[in-house]
Design a protein around this ligand. Structure first.
Ligand code: AAL
Length: 400
């Protein structure tokens, strides 16, 4: 009887959903009223298995149907980019946030067009001035524009490698955009050796322009330096990611710090925060760094009064979406799957110093094409529901 009752409730719920008219707005439930038979809100008064107990005791706030910061992700192939049939001589990876200016969307990214594919980081000694070691070696910062976010027109190089010995002479990669007081800033990894020779070592430099179309001026300086010997970010400062908060620049970044030989290849990566009043610095590293204990190319966006982070690939808390009300102390908001790699979302309020961040629904991320020999990466579109305004029930994963 109980089973039949459950089926009746289930069918009637599904029935209600199917009856919706196209275009009709769908409110996503943020509590479990919709599926009371699946997740009783209160811990039941009966003996529970270890797994069910954990649901109440360890993950009580992490149920998909109870947090707005839960989403699944949908991917769409982009139009407009050439790949040389994936032979490894063209790569596009690590996109910036997407911004909307002059009636179109802009994205910047690591671009490599080399005569041959990379030899691989483990064979970095074989790299030359024209033969890349890693996928992001001998790269420049390229950009593309789009009217709809699906079809993109590559515009060319925005920030080229500067001459030796300026930071970035070997490769400029993994950029992100900031708009501050009417000017544009691109932060990027500035390599001064082929990646793989000692590790993936680099600091961060910055270029600026009056328009997103450039021309860009290299500062020729390191704006976020590596930490002193023994510190967590002594080797690499990766994935710089600027947002505006409290009138200042909040630059999140990855430290790729554990080189203990027994852990090779090290998967220990964490995220730190550096704050500045001026986009060109000086940046002060937060005393609580690192502020996120996992993640690789971490994607952040203002959400309500705080900041949310998509934490993927590495660490204990990979595959989570996290939230820091005070922009420093992150908690897990949800656990999810197939997160966008290196995502650069469209964040309309990234630089408005909002106190009520609206969230995101789409952006550009990348897929690594390994084919047994990791040699190039392609940009892709992702869609999600991590927004206060637009709700797509399918992205909440309720309906299949
Ligand atoms: C990534 C990023 C950084 C690393 C390399 C290229 O996706 O974390 O940019 O240096 O891999």
């Amino acid at each position: 009887i109980l089973l039949i009752a459950i089926c009746v409730v289930l069918c009637s719920c599904k029935g209600e959903v199917q009856e919706e008219k196209p275009g009709q707005e769908t409110e996503v439930q943020t509590n479990n009223e919709e599926f009371p038979f699946l997740v009783p809100a209160e811990k039941p008064e009966r003996p529970l298995s270890a797994a069910v107990k954990r649901n109440y005791e360890a993950y009580e706030n992490l149920r998909p149907e109870q947090t707005e910061l839960y989403s699944q992700f949908r991917y769409t192939k982009l139009k407009g980019f050439d790949y040389n049939e994936g032979d490894g001589t063209i790569t596009r990876r690590d996109p910036s946030k997407v911004i909307y200016e002059n009636g179109k969307y802009y994205v910047w990214y690591t671009g490599r067009k080399s005569p041959v594919k990379p030899v691989g980081m483990s064979r970095a000694k074989e790299a030359t001035d024209v033969i890349p070691s890693s996928d992001w070696d001998l790269a420049d910062i390229w950009y593309a524009t789009s009217e709809d976010g699906f079809t993109w027109e590559e515009q060319g190089i925005a920030v080229p490698r500067p001459p030796k010995p300026q930071p970035g002479w070997r490769s400029v990669t993994t950029t992100d955009i900031l708009k501050f007081k009417g000017k544009y800033y691109l932060y990027f990894q500035a390599f001064m050796e082929a990646s793989g020779l000692r590790g993936d070592f680099c600091p961060v430099s910055v270029a600026y322009a009056d328009s997103p179309d450039g021309p860009w001026t290299h500062t020729g300086k390191v704006v976020l330096p590596n930490g002193p010997e023994g510190s967590w970010d002594q080797y690499s400062i990766h994935d710089p990611y600027p947002l505006v908060h409290d009138g200042k620049i909040y630059l999140y970044y990855k430290g790729d710090f554990d080189k203990r030989p027994e852990l090779k290849p090290s998967k220990i990566r964490m995220q730190g925060l550096a704050i500045a009043e001026d986009p060109l610095g000086p940046f002060e590293k937060h005393p609580l760094n690192p502020v996120i204990n996992s993640g690789h190319e971490t994607t952040l966006f203002p959400f309500k009064e705080g900041v949310a982070a998509i934490v993927q690939r590495d660490g204990q808390e990979h595959n989570t979406i996290q939230y820091a009300k005070d922009w420093v102390n992150f908690e897990i908001a949800s656990i999810t799957e197939l997160l966008p790699l290196a995502a650069g979302p469209y964040v309309p309020d990234a630089f408005t110093d909002t106190k009520d961040g609206r969230g995101i629904t789409w952006g550009i991320s990348h897929f690594i094409n390994a084919g047994g020999n990791w040699n190039h990466t392609v940009l892709t579109r992702f869609d999600c529901d991590l927004s206060q305004d637009v709700h797509d029930p399918e992205m909440k994963g309720h309906y299949y």
